[in-house]
Design a protein. Structure first.
Length: 202
């Protein structure tokens, strides 16, 4: 029997979607598109960087919005209790430059994410993915060290990590994803998600 590690997606599960918040703050509608809409992450990020460049917006402007973002209601309590029960890692496709202020508000959990390449002028010129298919690769690496993973997420890019785990759940996902993957238990409330993690860890 392996030791359980909870693997959580960040945006949509513990904190609001950063790009949607920034889209609202900046008034730029095109930035509303997320991995729920566009499964091809590379395509999505290159599109976002193009829009930022067109509007002359850099890292500082996005970080100012992030400073105002709070975790979802109940997320910190959920995370605290989950961490009391098992090792917990947040595995996200976001960037360390975005995640840092949010991690403080969540009690500094461990997060594995990517990094942005930022020019001297503060403009974001590109990004560096930690590894190919970062969520699935990380889960597989944990399993190769003798851990059992239990995963949750809300988007297309979480499905591989959920499916590869001992147990996995959708949390506040879209109707389409829930309908396309009826075999994955789907939850809307933290108490139900917590119960599912505890149950799977037995």
């Amino acid at each position: 029997m392996g030791m359980n590690v909870a693997c959580l997606d960040l945006e949509g599960v513990l904190v609001p979607e950063i790009w949607i918040a920034f889209s609202k703050a900046s008034g730029i509608d095109e930035l509303k598109i997320t991995t729920r809409d566009e499964p091809d992450y590379d395509k999505l990020m290159n599109f976002r960087l193009k829009i930022l460049k067109e509007h002359g917006l850099g890292l500082k402007e996005i970080q100012e919005t992030i400073d105002k973002i709070d975790p979802l209601d109940g997320a910190k309590d959920f995370l605290d209790e989950l961490r009391d029960n098992m090792q917990t890692i947040i595995i996200s496709d976001t960037f360390e430059q975005f995640a840092k202020p949010l991690m403080k508000k969540l009690g500094m959990p461990t997060i594995f994410c990517n990094s942005l390449i930022v020019g001297d002028d503060g403009m974001i010129t590109g990004y560096k993915m930690r590894c190919e298919k970062s969520k699935l690769t990380t889960v597989k690496a944990l399993q190769s060290c003798g851990f059992d993973t239990i995963a949750t997420g809300d988007s297309f890019n979480d499905l591989a990590m959920i499916q590869a785990s001992k147990a996995g759940f959708l949390f506040r996902s879209t109707e389409k994803i829930k309908a396309d993957f009826p075999e994955i238990p789907a939850y809307e409330e933290y108490k139900d998600l917590l119960a599912a993690f505890k149950n799977a860890a037995k």
